[in-house]
Design a protein around this ligand. Structure first.
Ligand code: SF4
Ligand code: SF4
Length: 379
């Protein structure tokens, strides 16, 4: 299944077909997590600028006409929109596979029934601590720990696939093992994320939550994490942005991916198809290859890197000039790269662990967490 999905994405990439799309219903959030890229408070007047329900219906219709297969509904916190279920139902009626990204704090018992009726591909829930106090201190939301944990249990009981996201940041590092125990007891699939990105307005404040280098190395080694080898040929395209994915912002901007802060056009003056097929930005992004990025073609650690034009553009002003945090992340993961080769229609690991990884596996006998890292991005 994993292999088949990758082949489908690869084919879409080659054909420049928008297979996986992201709709950001709102940038407002009821939490104020310090590591987050969103900048819009729950009660912000920005709400007035957001697309209406009818406009979101039109976005979905246009995406269906373009041949998109999946829609990820995200925010901010998308359930802050009172029309969340209307939009999600419309997406399902158009036969999209739907993923929902949420902090789960607003998922009441009634909403669990509604979510289950949608039969989503998954509900991806970020977890912010293993206790009420930690959760409150980190999210700034006083009373949502119980509601979020209960929602995870009730969603799972209702047959909904829950995928948990654990952010490895200073404020949550000490709770990591407890959060994993909570999830493994319930057989819930989880991923961890060590990558931090700046605020939408380019402020680097989320990096204040970054775990220091030595602690990050210890964390990766002790938990037996590894990363799949990344593309390394000079003519390799970098990612799915504008090739197999695109995103629509709450204000109708048509973006190459959810992280890109420049738009190829806006719904006010163009259709999504026009932007996908004719926008100079989209064409530039989709044609960019590894050799177009300064220093990346000859970089010695590119096999553990996911170069990101969006981050580069935000932080260096030039999508082709690597942002140092991207390189730091690649250096952290370099000893933990795994390589694959095709083997009779499936994939087979050929280079297992680095010396560090072998040492860690030998010490504990545990090698079960290789793939549990969010590499790259949702694009
Ligand atoms: S790597 Fe960066 S530019 Fe590419 S899809 Fe991911 S976030 Fe977007
Ligand atoms: S580590 Fe830096 S220079 Fe090397 S491939 Fe990644 S972004 Fe490019």
């Amino acid at each position: 299944m994993y292999y088949a999905t990758n082949v489908a994405v690869w084919k879409a990439q080659q054909a420049c077909q928008p297979l996986r799309t992201t709709i950001e219903l709102t940038y407002r959030c009821n939490f104020t997590c310090p590591h987050c890229y969103c900048v819009v408070p729950e009660t912000s007047s920005e709400r007035a600028r957001e697309l209406t329900t009818e406009q979101w219906y039109d976005v979905l219709r246009q995406l269906a006409d373009l041949g998109a297969l999946t829609v990820t509904i995200t925010g901010g916190e998308p359930l802050l929109r009172p029309d969340f279920f209307d939009i999600a139902r419309r997406a399902r009626a158009l036969r999209f596979g739907v993923r929902i990204f949420s902090n789960a704090s607003l998922i009441t018992d009634r909403k669990i029934e509604q979510i289950a009726a949608l039969r989503p591909m998954s509900v991806d829930v970020s977890i912010y601590g293993a206790s009420r106090n930690r959760y409150r201190d980190f999210t700034g939301a006083a009373s949502h720990y119980d509601q979020s944990m209960r929602a995870i249990d009730r969603l799972t009981a209702a047959g909904v696939t829950v995928i948990a996201k654990l952010n490895v940041v200073k404020g949550l590092l000490n709770d990591f093992d407890e959060m994993v125990a909570f999830l493994e007891e319930r057989k819930i699939r989880w991923f961890h994320n060590l990558k931090i990105v700046p605020k939408h307005d380019c402020r680097p404040t989320p990096y204040e939550q970054a775990v220091d280098r030595r602690a990050a190395q210890r964390f990766v080694s002790e938990h037996h994490f590894s990363i799949d080898e990344n593309k390394t040929e000079p003519d390799d395209h970098l990612c799915n942005a504008a090739r197999a994915t695109l995103a629509i912002s709450p204000y109708g901007e048509i973006l190459p991916c959810f992280r890109y802060r420049i738009a190829g056009g806006a719904l006010d003056d163009a259709t999504i198809r026009e932007v996908w097929e004719k926008s100079a930005l989209f064409n530039r992004v989709r044609q960019t290859t590894l050799k177009d990025l300064k220093g990346c073609g000859s970089c010695g650690i590119k096999s553990s890197c996911s170069p990101c034009m969006a981050l580069n553009h935000m932080m260096t002003g030039d999508p082709h000039v690597p942002y140092h945090a991207v390189c730091d992340h690649a250096a952290l993961w370099q000893p933990y790269v795994r390589r694959y080769v095709p083997d009779s229609g499936s994939t087979k690991e050929i280079a297992t662990h680095s010396p560090k990884q072998q040492e860690s596996v030998a010490r504990t006998g545990n090698s079960s967490r290789h793939l549990r890292q969010i590499s790259g991005c949702a694009g």
